[in-house]
Unconditional design. Sequence first.
Lengths: 115, 115
Amino acid sequence: GAGVSQSPSNKVTEKGKDVELRCDPISGHTALYWYRQRLGQGLEFLIYFQGNSAPDKSGLPSDRFSAERTGESVSTLTIQRTQQEDSAVYLCASSLVSGRVNEQFFGPGTRLTVL
Amino acid sequence: GDSVTQMEGPVTLSEEAFLTINCTYTATGYPSLFWYVQYPGEGLQLLLKATKADDKGSNKGFEATYRKETTSFHLEKGSVQVSDSAVYFCALSGVEAGNNRKLIWGLGTSLAVNP
């Protein structure tokens, strides 16, 4: 199992509920990213973790979104009080950050539907 | 700030036709450039990359050349197959402190190849 894994693959929730999405990066990858992909659109950066540095949260769309990462392993993205506009595919990626090349490996995504 | 612009789709071709998907970028310094592909129902995969001017990335019959003078990284394939039907994303990774962490993405170009 060498790839990035995400769970659940699909999540349907009601407006106002909280959801938690999980990402398991490739072992040894120090960098981890969360993106959002709305239907028919490109990828929207949400948050970035690199080792023990403070995460780059500049892409989080509101304070309802938060993410955590334990060391260089699992990360969880939490969306509180979900809204219909949060419906999207949430993608996680990990990479070995070395020099100028930043090749990211993506998980299959979690499709979130907020009713 | 850094940005990526790629041609809008959808692109529809017949099998064995020649493919070009244009991608231009705006960035300071010398970013790394990537093409990612997303096949129906699958996650994003790296297709090819180039890390410096005049580099040519190639994979699965696809090629793209890093053109510093025209700030372009156009994707080409001489003879497309039905199995190439997917969404193609152009992306760059900046090199300056503060942005060498996340990929900047184009909006994606959908390709449909008919038999």
